[in-house]
Write a protein that binds this ligand. Sequence first.
Ligand SMILES: [Fe+2]
Length: 480
Amino acid sequence: MTEKFNASDFYCDRQGPWPQPSPTHPWGESPSVLHLPLREKFDWWTFVGSRYLATLGLTPYYFLKGLFQPGLKEVSDSRFEWFLNETMLSKFLTDKLDDIDKNIFKEVLKDTKKNWYIVDLEAVKVVNTFKGLHCSGSKTLLYKIDSHPNHEGGERYIVHSIYIDKTNIIFYPKDGEAWELAKYFVLQGGALCSTLVTHPIQHFPNDSINAIVKTALPKNHLLYRLLYPHLRFTLQLENAVLNYKSSLLQEKWWMVYAPYPGGPDGLRELLVEGFKGIKGNASYPPFSFPMKEPNFETKYGIYLRTYYKVISNFVGKIIKYIPEDEIWTKRWANYVNKNVKDFPNGDAIFKNDNLHKAVTSFLFTITVGHSVDHYNYGALDKREIPLRLRQAPPTKETKLKKRSKLCNPIDLMKYYLADSLFFSPSTVTSLIDTEYNFLEKGQRKAVQEFKEDLINAEKELLKKGIKYMPLKEIAASVQF
Ligand SMILES: [Fe+2]
């Protein structure tokens, strides 16, 4: 490919979107893409924004639902364990105990025969709760067992104890009502950390790649043809979440869909923790563009890796048509590298299979990786995994309030609305139906094989008893 291109050979006549420092947190959040072509805004409002407006009509229904089914449900110990083993919360499981963790649990850890793990939800410390609402950092200690009669695929982790940061106490199942309350604080922390610390990493750092594909590559470039179908709706969605005054990250009296327990300052700090990491806490490393498959050990990890392999296979079959050291790809990588930490630059992109790894990782994250988090979180019972709690963190003597009083109908209404609007997936374009504008016969055959492989991957997972998001609902892009 040579330099002989006209402006019309590019998206938006070469005046497409481009990343710039985040207007809210230029050093603490990933670059933002703020100036979007009208066509992207119009497309988003037609297919996504209009659904938001229509869904707001359900506000009275959700209020009545919260009124007639008040408060929280009981979460048994085995249900609690299920949350940490099999939902998206299982992504927090790690055997990397920090010095602080080792100190907190030093008595328990003397039992060196057990293989100890931790679910560290300290990140929520930065949330400034509204009057009457509470939240606390927590650390849940678990140990791994190799096999479990009810478990096919992945490992199993048994809950041992919970440390609640605000009261500086370790709770055990024998602690009765205090233990019951401690479990809710862990689940609330999981909800906050999932939606505002770890999930955003699948959104915002990738916006730079989205914009740079559109603006730096000619429309007939193979990489553009491969990625463009996966870039729809995303940039305008991100703008609405990060910068609109009506975003759920804000809190105004009329925001019937803002479900969080605190105001925008603390919530924004959660995003910063996800991107910049938390110093000295191995559970929250700073963002680095991933160049490998997700390594979670649980069922959730098996689901993710199964699709990762299928996407990797497809990407390999397409990018082999890009000649080594091809100049547009090198320039594209250079631009991305300046905006996305640890993305290979133009010199590195054709070395060590880097182009294959980088494109696979990007495509996987914005499709399967992102979609399944929404599906899984959306399916969780909001009366078991609260965002708002109306009882202070426990001490050993704490008596649990009536569960019906742990959150009020307004809290539930806000949560249900946010779930319907933002958390549960609402797929407009699906991965399995993606159409690519490939010209070569071999590339078109690769698309056909990709779709067959996706279908087979789902069958293989179901055979293993691993059931998360159905393939037909996985979105082609970040569109919710
Ligand atoms: Fe998302």
